[in-house]
Write a protein that binds this ligand. Structure first.
Ligand code: 1CP
Length: 334
């Protein structure tokens, strides 16, 4: 077992485990706190509670890394766009306003996110030095999906909204990376030692638009992290065989596989990078032996490589925490 930061920077042939969305919705101890805090953004701005939630899965499962309890939508919030989480509908943001967006500055942006940085400080102080604390941000494209209101219901994306708002798309892609880089650097200064960039909606981008909407925006942030010596993991979810081109262009330290990427294909095509994840979170809903069989596919394929055991997307709300425990034990004994 080795520290995530070391694996990413030195490509040590070691294994490590953490899960996306490990802090949150499927844990009874999270639900308890959440039921007393109806406003999700305010919960993310409560440094003590955010830190407590961050450490809940570490206490329960002794995972190798903690991921800070926050949300990718804290950035639009700090850029002046109010965010509401409507039950069973997902996040709803105020209409995007060009003038308001352009009136932002790095100092007030940082001030608004101070509670997140404070939560990282508290968590770092309480977390064993052997464990990594992961900070994160949404990639520009994924954030603009929410900022321009293209995600209207729980499942649907209105791509037409994006096509009709080319000026706003270009403006956001051009301007938001400075804020994202600042947010990542602030989180590292507060005590995080690894960062992950979530491009959850990259799979919606057409092949011809991938360079301008996905590769280049991710590359800008990765290059910034490299200059600052911050180990960075990218997650361009849903781009299928384009994972190869993404890896060759963006060259992050780590790359999270989604559940559509075959592990053997990844092992052969995604080189000079530390691979992470891949296992379908739905497999945690299967009977134990079936779940182990699926997990073994990844562990076998990446046996002689540095590999971070994780999922192909976040843990599902209906996941039984005991199953998570069993999966971690299986990984440790493997
Ligand atoms: O209890 C609740 O209602 C809140 C559920 C919840 C939680 C626990 C949301 C709402 N966000 C989070 C925390 C969160 N979000 C974390 C930290 C916890 C952890 O990982 O352990 C992280 C890393 C995120 C990242 C995030 N938020 C992403 C990228 C990853 C992914 O899932 O693709 C995205 C797209 C969001 C937006 C978001 N936040 C929450 C919701 C319901 C949504 C919308 C998801 C959607 O549009 O489908």
């Amino acid at each position: 077992m080795s520290n995530l930061k070391e694996i990413l920077l030195n490509k040590k042939v070691c294994k490590s485990v953490w899960f996306m969305r490990q802090a949150g919705r499927y844990l009874p101890e999270f639900r308890e706190i959440r039921s007393q805090n109806q406003n999700f953004i305010n919960l993310c701005l409560n440094s003590n509670l955010s830190s407590e939630i961050t450490l809940q899965p570490i206490k329960r499962f002794d995972l190798d890394s903690a991921i800070i309890f926050s949300d990718i939508l804290m950035v639009p919030y700090a850029l002046g766009q109010n965010v509401n989480f409507v039950k069973d509908q997902g996040p709803k943001l105020d209409d995007f306003n060009v003038k308001k967006f352009l009136n932002n500055d790095i100092i007030s942006f940082t001030e608004k996110l101070h509670p997140v940085y404070k939560a990282i400080q508290i968590s770092r102080d309480k977390l064993s030095k052997k464990k990594s604390l992961i900070a994160f941000a949404g990639a520009p494209w994924t954030l603009l999906i929410y900022m321009l209101g293209a995600k209207q219901t729980k499942k649907e994306i209105q791509y037409k909204i994006i096509e009709d708002k080319q000026f706003e798309v270009n403006l956001i892609l051009d301007k938001i990376s400075d804020y994202l880089c600042t947010h990542l650097e602030n989180q590292v200064n507060a005590g995080a030692d690894v960062v992950q960039i979530f491009d959850s909606w990259a799979g919606l981008i057409t092949k011809e638009n991938l360079p301008s909407y996905c590769y280049i925006p991710n590359l800008k942030i990765v290059d910034f992290c490299k200059r600052k010596k911050i180990p960075v993991i990218c997650f361009p979810k849903g781009i299928k065989e384009n994972y190869k081109e993404f890896n060759n262009v963006v060259k992050p330290n780590g790359l999270n596989l989604d559940y559509d990427v075959e592990p053997l294909w990844a092992q052969q095509n995604l080189t000079n990078v530390v691979l992470q994840g891949g296992l379908n979170p739905k497999f945690l809903l299967l009977p134990e032996q079936e779940m182990f069989k699926q997990a073994e596919k990844y562990l076998k394929t990446f046996k002689d490589l540095p590999y971070v055991f994780n999922l192909g997307h976040g843990l599902l709300p209906e996941t039984d925490p005991d199953k998570v425990k069993k999966l971690i034990n299986f990984f440790r004994e493997y």
